[in-house]
Design a protein around this ligand. Structure first.
Ligand code: SAH
Length: 343
């Protein structure tokens, strides 16, 4: 049976008109679904019993279900969430002193092939539906209230999958998360992270969503980047920069470059200089992420000196750089470790 949440407001309206009902019913039901997050048609109390019965005949609602919840010693919570077809994705709650961030997935598996990322090993199984994305946000918000006494404050699309490869659903989900007739959260607190698909970055810039953009760079030297992120041969760094300039022109929002430093891969002076040069082309900052091991030897060696050199050289060049502490590593909840190990 069709999940009623796959219908747009327009389609819902058409449906009600087609069964001889008033069109305003669509808005009422839409509000139950997206604003009040009602998962049971039976509970939609301003809809007549007869009409609720009709809806139950025609539609289902298939919310995500927490399959396994794990808590890290640092407070991070990782959820394995089961989808209607039995597939599983992971959604992570990351608490700090002042905020709670939800790290959510956009695909089951991933269509890209970054060698350092565990999700890439799963391959892409399917895109998540709009409701499956929104449900993750609602879940983490509930967990934040329950465990930390405060609502969710930030959302990052840094879980499983490449958001730009599930573009329509991600954009629609962001609208439902931010619109007043949806969850009404602030779009400024949402970050979409991408491995860098130029055409889609431009398209997103045109949506006027007011979200932030992060780009997983890891190297500003073409060959090195292509080596560790093989799909990127199709997307040269100059094309990505074009798209980023377009993004900035349209949104006036500075780009965050995500970057790991690996010994023998990108720890030389020329790597640092290439990054500085790339950053200077567009208003941006760098987020140095600690690599989380996925058991690939090639990436396992850390070069702390080089990391420090990155920081001092970038600062000298006037580029903002922050070092992000890894969270949830003990339960494989950290960046790049989401791989449905427990399924
Ligand atoms: N596909 C999107 C979002 C998911 S990855 C993207 O590539 O941006 C979220 C972030 O984790 C990316 O910056 C990615 O490069 C990084 N990452 C992947 N594997 C990692 C690992 N093993 N350790 C640390 N960061 C990793």
């Amino acid at each position: 049976m069709r999940d009623i949440r796959t219908l747009t407001l327009g389609q819902l309206t058409e449906y009600f008109v087609s069964i001889g009902e008033k069109s305003f019913r669509a808005k009422q039901v839409y509000e139950w679904l997206w604003s009040k997050q009602q998962k049971s048609i039976d509970e939609m109390t301003n809809i007549s019993l007869k009409l609720r019965e009709r809806l139950l005949q025609d539609f289902s609602i298939n919310p995500i279900k927490v399959d396994l919840m794990q808590k890290s010693i640092d407070g991070t919570i990782k959820n394995g969430v089961k989808l209607y077809d039995g597939l599983v994705v992971e959604s992570v709650l990351i608490p700090t002193e002042t905020r709670t961030t939800a790290c959510i997935s956009s695909q089951v598996g991933c269509s890209l092939n970054c060698e350092f990322c565990a999700t890439a090993k799963l391959k892409r199984m399917r895109n998540l539906e709009v409701a499956e994305i929104v449900d993750q946000v609602v879940l983490i918000d509930q967990q934040s209230k329950m465990h930390f006494d405060r609502p969710l404050s930030n959302i990052v699309f840094m879980g499983m999958g490449e958001p730009m490869m599930n573009y329509n659903n991600v954009v629609d989900a962001v609208r439902k998360i931010t619109q007043p007739e949806g969850l009404g959260m602030s779009s400024k607190r949402i970050t979409i992270s991408t491995s860098g698909i130029p055409k889609m970055i431009k398209m997103l810039a045109d949506e006027n969503l007011k979200v932030k953009l992060a780009l997983s760079l890891h190297s500003a030297i073409e060959e090195t980047r292509n080596d560790i992120m093989p799909f990127s041969t199709k997307f040269p760094l100059t094309d990505i920069m074009d798209a980023l300039l377009y993004w900035y022109k349209k949104t006036k929002s500075r780009i965050t470059f995500e970057y790991c430093v690996w010994k023998g891969i990108n720890d030389k002076d020329e790597d640092i200089q290439a990054l500085i040069k790339y950053c200077k082309k567009v208003p941006s900052k760098v987020n140095l992420i600690q690599y989380n091991s996925i058991g690939e030897g090639k990436f396992d060696k850390r070069n702390i000196e080089a990391e420090q050199k990155y920081v001092s050289e970038l600062e000298k060049a006037g580029i903002l750089i922050t070092v992000r502490k890894s969270r949830g590593g003990d339960i494989d909840a950290a960046c790049g470790q989401l791989a449905n190990k427990n399924v």
